[in-house]
Design a protein around this ligand. Structure first.
Ligand code: UDP
Ligand code: MN
Length: 340
């Protein structure tokens, strides 16, 4: 009898363990996306009213940080965070025309990334990127002949720069800083007044205009903009040039979009290329490669303007009320195909 009771108890525990395991798997598979939506309950902070009259720049004129009370619209150092509704796109447009700007847009398409992404990136840029301004695209690739020829709008040009093909995808990504630095010191630097540097695995889905321009511009990362600072995925290995100590780091910036004046970008790319070189000499590679070094740079040299995640959104996160009009959307990542 005692034996039967005992075996029944074991059976119960057995089934409870099975259920717990299934529940755990279910949460992992289906529950975590739900948890991501709870993220919007983490407070972002508000831009103090005393700071709002100071928020203006060359392009947007006066900003309206209080038009978006549900999100953070400025930083502690007084840089605006550009959200839909906080700026007047017409003012930005007119001001950029008045200044007769040429805006550079750089993109790397090396290996399979070229066939997979470049055409759509450029086609949608023609529809949405700095429409009405002078634009010069710089495509960096190891196969210039494979760059699709596209009809370009008036005042828009495309130039192709040859780069070596690195073997590892991490090296392709990291080699960008050095190549950009060289290009900014050459023709690109002479042709453009401001430059935006972007990943190719995304496409434009809404107007991306001069409101995004400033002396230096950083992009809030769609997956991390509401996370507590100490959980952000900065490089923490103190031996790396990209390391941020405990309590350091303002926001986690996405390397898929950064920009600024030619001079500011020369400094940024020099800093990152130097850090990458130092790490390599010591046999190190920062957690998120060039992005880790970019984050270190922007911690040391605060960006003059931040772009909200509306400017570079990941559709995998799903819909969010605060993401009104995404301007760039990430393409699906097909790493097995692209990086194999
Ligand atoms: N890239 C490329 N070929 C490669 C690897 C990277 O052209 O083999 C370029 C491309 O512009 C890409 C960027 O480097 O968008 C960054 O790499 P990826 O987008 O794969 O990094 P992730 O966005 O996943 O961090
Ligand atoms: Mn990317």
């Amino acid at each position: 009898m005692a034996f039967r009771e005992g075996s029944r108890a074991w059976k119960r525990i057995f089934w409870q363990l099975i259920l717990l395991a299934l529940g755990g798997l279910g949460l992992l598979r289906f529950g975590l996306p739900v948890l991501r939506h709870l993220e919007v309950l983490i407070p972002m902070g508000v831009c103090p009213p005393a700071r709002t009259p100071l928020l203006r720049d060359n392009f947007t004129g006066p900003l309206h940080p209080r038009a978006r009370p549900e999100v953070l619209t400025c930083t502690s150092w007084g840089a605006p965070i550009i959200w839909d509704g906080t700026f007047d796109p017409d003012v930005a447009q007119k001001e950029a025309v008045r200044q007769n700007l040429t805006v550079g847009l750089t993109v790397f398409a090396v290996g399979r990334y070229l066939e997979k992404y470049l055409e759509r990136f450029l086609e949608t840029a023609e529809q949405h990127f700095m429409v009405g301004q002078h634009v010069v695209y710089y495509v960096f690739t190891e196969r210039p002949a494979a760059v699709p020829s596209l009809p370009l709008g008036p005042g828009r040009r495309l130039r192709v720069e040859r780069v070596a093909r690195e073997r590892r995808w991490q090296d392709v990504s990291m080699a960008r800083m050095r190549a950009l630095h060289a290009a900014l010191g050459g023709r690109l630097g002479r042709e453009a007044r401001f430059v935006l540097c972007m990943d190719v695995d995304q496409h434009f889905s809404g107007a991306f205009g001069p409101e995004a321009l400033a002396e230096s511009v950083a992009q809030l990362h769609a997956w991390h903009y509401r996370w507590p600072r100490r959980l952000l995925p900065f490089e923490r290995d103190a031996r790396s040039a990209a390391a941020l100590g405990p309590g350091e780091g303002d926001f986690y910036y996405h390397a898929a979009v950064f920009g600024g004046s030619v001079a500011a970008l020369r400094r940024l790319t020099a800093h990152c290329a130097r850090g990458l070189r130092r790490d390599r000499a010591r046999g190190l590679e920062a957690r998120w490669h060039d992005e880790s070094h970019l984050n270190k740079f922007f911690w040391l040299h605060k960006p003059a303007k931040l772009l909200s995640p509306e400017f570079c959104w990941s559709p995998d996160i799903g819909r969010r009320a605060e993401i009104r009009r995404p301007r760039l959307l990430w393409e699906p990542k097909e790493y097995a195909l692209l990086r194999g």
